[in-house]
Design a protein around this ligand. Structure first.
Ligand SMILES: Cc1ncc(COP(=O)(O)O)c(C=O)c1O
Length: 388
């Protein structure tokens, strides 16, 4: 656990009094269960037999030739449900069940976390309710349908910009009203302590497997690891197990339509510290501290906040944070599809794009691993609409 829930000066528990008891309970139950052999073996069972871990580490011959270095993809797109989100939803749903909670609620942006929560709820026998901004419901229709098929109730949220920030507000309100029997299954390394630590731990399976697979295939660790950053869970899952190693870590945010207030979701590049959704972290905000509007072609990165641990890693300069614009992302989406036969999620296409646009900075012997956080099926009709 982070000391008192802080990563450097970031994190904390900026929540109403009514939530404090639930957060203390969650922290102490997580501490009790996380190394409990039965909990670990049950979660391991679901990750292997239900979710399909471990996911492959795929060498990309064609992209490697194009970039002039060795490129590998960590294939979270091949996890059941099509994204990394299920690692965390299975972990938290099992934790909630052991804590005696009867119901799961969640927020979702791209819909992948909602789908992951609906799957975990279905397989563990817990009812699920999902909050999703109306705009995101529109651009991720397929995922709304999938959540409903999986038995979840989806609540479209009409307030604010009708995206992830507003869905999170709504889910937090519902949590405060029903803490006794409900677990709020947060989908990224955001929110009040202990959520950023719990989600990071459940996602660290990505980086741990990547380390083992590199040792098996190449006899050493990669030189560079790249991942997209919305709230930051796939990125921290990849980075955390390599933080003490000599690996360059690069997080790629939503550059949207470019620099300028309201045009992007590049929180760590364009934001400054402030409090949102229960934690102190970098935020996109105006000079008066009002949360700014964001824009990204990918619903999953269209968020004005970011996990507090990323804010700390940015200040420490341990991770380099960069961004990719919508048009660069569309190029990367089509590049990977045509070159490797893999359609990436628009979120993951940000990480692909960084490597393509910075290919001249890599040495011939460099080995680069990109976290392919999800598959692009959910985005195909939106991209077809944009490309006409
Ligand atoms: C495929 C995919 N990748 C990445 C993200 C961004 O989330 P995070 O930064 O927590 O990994 C999302 C969020 O919905 C997603 O669906």
């Amino acid at each position: 656990m982070a000391d008192n829930g802080y990563f450097g000066k970031y994190g904390g528990q900026y929540v109403p009094e009514t939530l404090m008891a639930a957060l203390y309970e969650l922290e102490s139950e997580y501490k009790r269960l996380k190394d409990d052999p039965q909990f670990v073996s049950e979660l391991d069972y679901f990750l292997k037999e239900y979710a399909g871990r471990r996911t492959p580490l795929t060498f990309c011959k064609n992209m490697s030739e194009f970039c002039g270095c060795k490129i590998y993809l960590k294939r979270e797109d091949l996890l059941h449900g099509g994204a990394h989100k299920l690692n965390n939803t299975l972990g938290q749903a099992l934790l909630a069940k052991k804590m005696g909670k009867k119901r799961l609620i969640a927020e979702t942006g791209a819909g992948q976390h909602g789908v992951g929560t609906a799957m975990a709820g279905a397989v563990l026998g817990m009812p699920v309710e999902i909050f999703m901004g109306e705009e995101d419901c529109e651009r991720q229709k397929l995922n709304v349908f999938r959540m409903e098929l999986l038995g979840a109730k989806v609540h479209p949220v009409s307030g604010g910009t009708r995206t992830l920030k507003d869905a999170t507000n709504e889910a937090l309100r519902e949590y405060a009203a029903s803490v006794n029997d409900t677990h709020y299954l947060i989908g990224s390394v955001v929110g009040p302590h202990p959520f950023p630590t719990i989600v990071r731990d459940f996602q660290s399976v990505i980086g741990s497997e990547t380390r083992d697979q590199f040792m098996e295939k190449e006899g050493r660790l990669p030189d560079v690891a790249v991942a997209c950053v919305g709230g930051g869970s796939n990125a921290i899952g990849m980075f955390h197990p390599m933080i003490k190693d000599d690996v360059r870590l690069i997080g790629v945010e939503a550059g949207g339509k470019g620099a300028g207030f309201g045009k992007n979701g590049a929180t760590l590049t364009a934001g400054k510290p402030g409090v949102l959704h229960g934690a102190l972290s970098y935020l996109i905000q105006d000079d008066d501290g009002q949360i700014g509007e964001t824009h990204s072609i990918s619903a999953g990165l269209d968020y004005p906040g970011v996990g507090p641990e990323h804010s700390h890693l940015k200040d420490l300069r341990r991770v380099l944070y960069s961004s990719a614009t919508d048009s660069e992302v569309l190029e990367a989406f089509s590049f990977l599809s045509k070159t490797e036969g893999i359609i990436p999620a628009l979120e993951s296409s940000h990480a692909i794009s960084y490597v393509l646009t910075h290919k001249d900075e890599f040495e011939k012997d460099d080995m680069v691993v990109i976290c392919l956080s999800g598959r692009g099926d959910k985005d195909v009709s939106a991209v077809a609409g944009i490309q006409g």
